[in-house]
Design a protein around this ligand. Structure first.
Ligand SMILES: [Zn+2]
Length: 243
């Protein structure tokens, strides 16, 4: 039986020929732990065996090889099973959308997830597959000026207006952000997705005139583990392409 050996990201780079960008593109951490030296930071551990397998696959023909493999796997998995593909697409999107708010989600992964989300929701909305849309908002608290700590002046002895905030102590006023909240029902589960209104390239018609405030979301639980990060994204992309 093969035993799992977990190694740090730095070890992959130092001893196994990986680069930071290749790790971000192809690998998903097997485990996230507190950094032993800086408790506020996380360290990422990777399955060495898995990393070595992927490395040999991508070195044959980078990218094309893995994309092609995923396509074949997904096509076979959902052959004549469109309802299952649709259900998994929504479930996966919901998980990825949550994962994008995790501190362990890389910037590149987050951008990719939001790109897929934009495309999927636009497609579903324009095909009238969204059950319900509500208008929601978020209140972003004012930002206290970092230069003067909110005092409005920079020297207590000689009164001098803070140039950064012009003496107001506030660096950025309170903001209200508006979102379209899409509700999708699949097999008795209701999923919701927020999209910033000003980023939408199509016009939303709200059925509901009630404006609701919603919380800034932190790290909420996932129903599908992030070792399926790549598979989830490829499944959604496949759905977008064929539907
Ligand atoms: Zn200031």
């Amino acid at each position: 039986m093969e035993t799992t050996k977990l190694v740090y990201r730095s070890t992959l780079i130092r001893e196994y020929g990986w680069s930071m960008s290749k790790i971000e593109e192809y690998l998903t951490p097997a485990k996230i732990v507190k950094n032993p030296h800086y408790s506020k930071m996380s360290s990422y551990l990777y399955d060495l065996l898995e990393a070595e397998k992927i490395k040999s696959a991508i070195s044959v023909s980078p990218k094309i090889q893995t994309v092609k493999n995923w396509r074949i796997i997904i096509e076979q998995k959902y052959k004549d099973k469109f309802a299952e593909l649709y259900r998994d697409t929504i479930e996966y999107m919901f998980n990825l959308n949550r994962y994008a708010k995790y501190s362990s989600c890389s910037k590149r992964n987050k951008e990719e997830i939001y790109g897929i989300k934009d495309e999927l929701l636009a497609k579903l909305y324009l095909a009238k597959k969204i059950d319900h849309v509500e208008r929601h908002y978020q209140t972003i608290a004012p930002l206290v000026c970092y230069r003067c700590d909110g005092n409005g002046f920079i020297n207590e002895d000689v009164y001098a207006k803070c140039p950064k905030c012009n003496g107001t102590g506030i660096f950025r006023e309170k903001q209200i952000l508006y979102f379209a909240c899409f509700f999708i029902e699949v097999e008795e589960n209701v999923y919701s997705f927020h999209q910033p209104e000003d980023l939408l390239t199509y016009k939303i018609v709200y059925q509901d005139t009630v404006l609701r405030e919603f919380d800034i979301q932190g790290e909420k639980p996932l129903s599908v583990g992030m070792q399926k990060n790549k598979e989830m994204k490829e499944t959604i992309k496949y759905f977008i392409q064929i539907s």
